[in-house]
Design a protein around this ligand. Structure first.
Ligand SMILES: [Zn+2]
Length: 387
């Protein structure tokens, strides 16, 4: 997730917010001022603003707990970001064993529960009342309740919720197959998502509460994320940690900036092209391809003039060392992907090669070292597809 505003680097992990978090901040601020802080409390709006900020900080604490505990087990977090639906910790590497997976997952809800307990502990001696202290106590009680609710909600046992990760870790430990555990946890996540959508719609239609829209949206997001996780899990079960490099075609023809359709046509006659010419974006990064079939529909008279870049289709760009399982879904949908290593174009990955690797499984697919491309492209690389 892109960070619109970087808040800082905590223990080496970039922490930031996506602009959409503003929506939540404003909603919580309003809700606290109008429904939680007593109407007579002095500085009511200021107090509500402070409550909203502390709430966002407690979401960050939840995500940082995931990131820091993951790091204890060597799982690297790329960044922690807050957005409209909460926090996201993006991990670069997978947990090495079920225990690491379990503790990394549990750390977030544990941090939320701790935040809730601390808020409740401070609120308790303050008591009620409608003065300033009463306002502080009411805000703290709300913070305690919402953090405990978040801890419980996140422990629902469907991926990608933390409880789904816990379920995955337990199944992984029990059956010894991370891919299958991924698929099962994601299936439960889909059911949970559907349940939340139904609850949200009922809340809206039966109780007339517009808060149901929010619940339904969260359910829909959960379902969509669970489908993506199930697909990745299926690929992981079939492919293990097989890297992209092992199944890519290590020859690639890359168009020069001034190439016309005729130039590409000539290049495509070479067997090393394999029916595909890579095309760079304006900034020089490999980003698109032209296939032989694309050129046939251009009238011969235009071929010597028309820049080939006009016909290029944007495709995924993946890293040679990345696990194939992480990118197999997007590559299968796109049909073709370009493979880079240290920013250099080193190969082409075709859907057929992914299908073949899935059919044979990781043990029978020979690992192939990266070779020098036929046209080296010294361009800066793109980050891998999966965050
Ligand atoms: Zn979490």
């Amino acid at each position: 997730m892109r960070q619109s505003l970087r808040l800082g680097v905590i223990a080496g992990i970039p922490v930031g917010v996506h602009w959409s978090v503003l929506v939540v901040a404003i909603l919580i601020w309003q809700m606290l001022a109008l429904a939680v802080v007593p109407a007579g409390a002095p500085g009511r709006w200021l107090l509500a603003a402070a409550g909203a900020v502390v709430f966002l900080a407690s979401l960050l604490a939840h995500e940082l707990a995931h990131a820091l505990v993951g790091r204890l087990y060597g799982v690297r977090a790329d960044r922690v970001t807050l957005w409209v639906f909460g926090g996201v910790t993006e991990f670069r590497t997978a947990a090495p064993h079920p225990r690491a997976d379990l503790f990394t997952a549990v750390a977030g809800p544990a941090a939320s529960a701790l935040c809730g307990a601390v808020a409740a502990g401070i609120a308790l001696p303050l008591g009620g009342g409608s003065g300033w202290l009463g306002g502080v106590a009411a805000t703290l009680r709300w913070l305690a309740a919402i953090n405990l609710l978040l801890a419980v909600f996140n422990l629902l046992p469907g991926a990608p919720l933390d409880g789904g990760r816990v379920l995955r870790a337990v199944l992984w430990w029990w059956r010894g197959d991370r891919g299958r555990a991924d698929v099962t946890a994601a299936r439960v996540g889909r059911v949970l998502g559907a349940g939340l959508i139904a609850l949200g719609v009922a809340q809206l239609l039966v109780a007339g509460d517009p808060g149901g829209i929010w619940l339904a949206l969260i359910g829909w997001l959960l379902s969509a994320a669970a489908v993506a996780e199930a697909n990745a899990g299926r690929y992981r079960a079939a492919l293990g940690e097989l890297p992209v490099r092992a199944v890519m075609r290590p020859e690639v023809v890359c168009a020069d900036p001034g190439w016309t359709v005729a130039d590409a046509e000539a290049a495509l006659t070479s067997p090393s092209a394999g029916g595909v010419v890579a095309v760079r974006a304006r900034d020089g990064r490999p980003a698109a391809v032209v296939r032989s079939g694309d050129l046939d529909r251009i009238p011969p008279a235009q071929r010597a003039e028309l820049p080939v870049s006009r016909l290029a289709d944007a495709v995924p760009v993946v890293e040679a060392a990345q696990p194939l399982a992480d990118v197999a879904g997007p590559v299968s949908r796109a049909g073709t992907a370009l493979v880079v290593q240290d920013g250099r174009l080193v190969g082409v990955l075709e859907r057929a090669a992914v299908v073949e690797a899935v059919r044979r499984g990781p043990a029978e697919t020979p690992s192939r070292p990266a070779e020098t491309p036929s046209r080296p492209a010294d361009t800066p690389g793109r980050p891998p597809l999966s965050g």
